[in-house]
Design a protein around this ligand. Structure first.
Ligand SMILES: Nc1ncnc2c1ncn2[C@@H]1O[C@H](COP(=O)(O)OP(=O)(O)O)[C@@H](O)[C@H]1O
Ligand SMILES: [Mg+2]
Length: 571
């Protein structure tokens, strides 16, 4: 919780003023019953109209100043809470943006979204309510008791019974319901995840006819949530009737004792009314206090969930020295296991790349092709071994610099909602239309983009849903080509393209001036003219040219000859 301290900065005075003002408001409220008592005893009893009016004006002034104080306090509380959460959200968002990929793998996008949205809301209302009630409510409860005893200690005996009883009831209800609230929260979380999965996977669900199964699953989770909420509701609903019984009983006791004292001439009628008022003030505040405890527990739970995101992630480094090297890129005994995964996804991979070389990477799905490239782009640090760029260990290069030197197309192209131009210029500024157009041409994307309304300003829907899979791939390649970079990485960027388009794209790209081009493909035909081919089998690499691998590798020969005839015809 210490991590939250910096977020108070700049608004500290609001965090102090709001509760203090609320306390002043409460003080004013505590005076009201005394004035009313006075009004009854001296004004009404003596039919003194001018006295009544004077008292009335006092009440009015108290009311107006109370309102002014209250509005100011509410304003400070709301403003403090909103500003606190604004800063919090900003920091968390920044940390999510800078999160390592292992971090993403661990958290999953669903919970990150809940933390940014509903958790933040909970924290905000928690702070707001705390500032308003934490000092005020206990102050009123204690203050009203003290006032009652000063008005008349004997008649106030009913307070001594009522307040502890009420507190016990409120505490018991809280004790029973608080753990349930935590359960409701996590049930809501799973329901959210399920809904999300079903909405994003709607097509698959329909295609496999599992709507009914998914609906049943949802019904079950929804039913679980409902039963939890019903249970909590049943317990909470006891709060009002039970407190009402206690209050009414003690009011009866109060009036009984008070009436006797009035008859004895020990106290006035007004004093009994004042006592009655104090009693109801106490009840109202106790219920508010219960409400505060519920909100506060929720907020604390949310704050705990958010707190791991408040720190910049510390990435551990295998501090390996830089070295003198003639090679442009060098993988030196690189092994890698995904955090939490059982086995190695890359095992002792070593190869070198000279400046200007084109590297093909081939291997069956799951053999580690994407992993190798993600390591090169610095998305994950190697578990052991090291990667050198121009002799410099890439762990000693800042992620920003490294990524500015690399243009990357992921296997699954990501298209943002916006326009074609916005998608091409992601991460690069001042790109001329000529550059974008030539990128589109080289990526074989010019034709279909030029047929869209608006050309470079044609609209792209969320996830690029108004483009086909192959078109999205080519847009992603065009984005990589638009960026000014030394290294081009195409991770299976042409898997959805026909062989001819793939070939045209490869030829256009090979004419471009990159220090290194990495092409992942499932087809030997797509990598055969590369300077070097890395064949991956279960994370282990064999490196050679097309001719060398044909000669030495059984697997490569198998891949090649299984595709050879088919592709031969296509060319
Ligand atoms: N984020 C991840 N977390 C855990 N394991 C992963 C992750 N991504 C890939 N893997 C595993 O690493 C291995 C290599 O994956 P990948 O490099 O994507 O293969 P390829 O690109 O050759 O199809 C696979 O066994 C896969 O299950
Ligand atoms: Mg892959």
């Amino acid at each position: 919780m210490k991590k939250y301290l910096p977020f108070f900065r700049g608004n500290g005075y609001k965090f102090i003023l709001a509760p203090l003002l609320k306390m002043s408001e409460a003080t004013l409220e505590l005076i009201v019953p005394l004035i009313i008592a006075d009004m009854i005893d001296n004004g009404i009893a003596n039919s003194d109209k001018s006295y009544i009016i004077r008292m009335f004006i006092r009440l009015l002034i108290l009311g107006i100043s109370g309102m002014a104080v209250s509005i100011t306090a509410q304003y400070f509380a709301a403003s403090a809470a909103v500003n606190f959460v604004k800063k919090l959200r900003h920091t968390v968002y920044e940390n999510i943006q800078n999160m390592s990929f292992s971090g993403f793998d661990k958290s999953g996008s669903s919970t990150l979204i809940t933390r940014m949205t509903s958790d933040m809301d909970s924290i905000q209302s928690g702070i707001n309510l705390t500032l308003r009630l934490l000092l005020r409510s206990p102050f009123v409860v204690i203050g009203a008791c003290v006032m009652a005893f000063t008005v008349d200690a004997k008649a106030a005996v009913s307070f001594a019974v009522a307040v502890p009883l009420l507190s016990i009831v409120v505490a018991a209800v809280l004790f029973l319901t608080l753990p349930l609230y935590a359960k409701i929260r996590s049930a809501l979380d799973s329901l959210l995840t399920l809904t999300r999965e079903n909405v994003t996977g709607a097509r698959v669900i329909r295609a496999f006819n599992i709507e009914k199964k998914q609906i049943d699953l949802f019904d079950r989770q929804n039913g679980f949530l409902t039963s939890l909420q019903e249970k909590t509701g049943r317990i909470s609903s006891l709060l009002n009737p039970v407190t009402c019984i206690i209050i009414n009983a003690s009011v009866s006791l109060l009036i009984f004792l008070g009436a006797r004292r009035v008859n004895m001439g020990a106290i006035s009628c007004g004093a009994v009314v004042a006592l009655y008022n104090y009693m109801s003030q106490i009840l109202v505040e106790l219920i508010k206090l219960a409400d505060l405890t519920v909100t506060l527990t929720k907020s604390v739970a949310c704050a705990k969930r958010v707190s791991p995101l408040l720190e910049k992630e510390q990435v551990s480094k295998n501090s390996v020295e830089d070295k003198q090297s003639e090679n442009y890129i060098e993988f030196d005994g690189v092994s890698f296991a995904y955090p939490g995964a059982g086995g190695l996804s890359l095992e002792n991979v070593s190869f070198t790349v000279r400046k200007g070389e084109r590297i093909g990477i081939i291997g069956s799905t799951g053999s580690g092709k994407s992993t190798l490239l993600k390591l090169l782009a610095g998305f994950y640090p190697p578990t052991s071994g090291s990667i050198f760029l121009n002799g410099k260990n890439i762990e000693n290069i800042s992620p920003e610099e490294l990524r500015s030197r690399i243009a990357f197309t992921e296997q699954k192209p990501v298209i943002f909602r916006g326009t074609v131009r916005e998608n091409l210029t992601v991460g690069s500024e001042n790109l001329t239309d000529e550059r974008l157009i030539s990128a589109l041409k080289n990526a074989c994307a010019y034709e279909f983009v030029s047929q869209k309304d608006g050309f470079l300003d044609a609209v792209t829907e969320q996830n690029g849903s108004n483009f086909s899979g192959g078109q999205r791939q080519r847009l992603a390649v065009a984005r990589a080509l638009s960026k000014k970079a030394e290294i081009l990485i195409l991770d299976d960027a042409s898997s959805a393209l026909d062989y001819l388009t793939d070939k045209m794209m490869r030829e256009a790209i090979s004419a471009l001036d990159y220090s290194a081009v990495f092409t992942v493909s499932q087809r030997t035909g797509s990598v055969s003219d590369c300077d070097k081919i890395i064949l991956l089998e279960d994370g282990k690499a064999t490196v050679g040219t097309h001719a060398q691998l044909l000669e030495t590798s059984e697997t490569y020969r198998e891949i090649h000859f299984s595709q050879f005839e088919k592709e031969d015809e296509a060319v």
